[in-house]
Design a protein around this ligand. Structure first.
Ligand code: SF4
Length: 135
């Protein structure tokens, strides 16, 4: 049995608590609080304690899905991005940029949230940007 502990950051919310993953034979087995982390100082909320469960969940999406004829089909990233860009352009040309809204998330980094709002404002041309904490 190969066991190691890997430090990481909880991805459930923007607080950014430090965690320690127990990895056994290449699979994350459990999550522990990182005592030396300045944010959480050895504490986790219930979501942080169960972080490994969604990482290993069979329901976790590991590839983009594109809806075709009412059904989701697995797609490559290139196919999904092309599909999204084509439909953003179609909606923008037909109804204007404010017919599109961009919802960002606490589960991604500040930098990713920044890029999403930049895409909305500079590329699409809308100020319709919101965040999951307000939904
Ligand atoms: S442990 Fe809880 S408070 Fe800390 S980052 Fe994860 S979800 Fe947020």
């Amino acid at each position: 049995m190969n066991c190691k502990f890997v430090p990481s950051v909880c991805s459930y919310c923007g607080t950014g608590c430090g965690v320690l993953f127990e990895v056994i034979d290449g699979k994350i087995n459990s999550t522990l609080p990182l005592k030396s982390h300045p944010v959480n100082q050895g504490k986790l909320c219930i979501k942080g304690w169960s972080l490994h469960e969604y990482i290993n969940s069979y329901m976790r999406l590991k590839a983009p899905l594109v809806k075709e004829n009412g059904h989701f089909q697995k797609a490559t990233w290139d196919e999904a991005i092309t599909h999204a860009a084509k439909n953003f352009n179609r909606i923008k040309e037909t109804h204007g940029p404010d017919a599109i809204g961009v919802l960002v998330s606490a589960k991604v980094t500040n930098e990713e949230n920044y890029l999403a709002q930049k895409l909305a404002r500079a590329a699409i041309g809308t100020n319709n940007v919101d965040h999951c904490a307000r939904l």
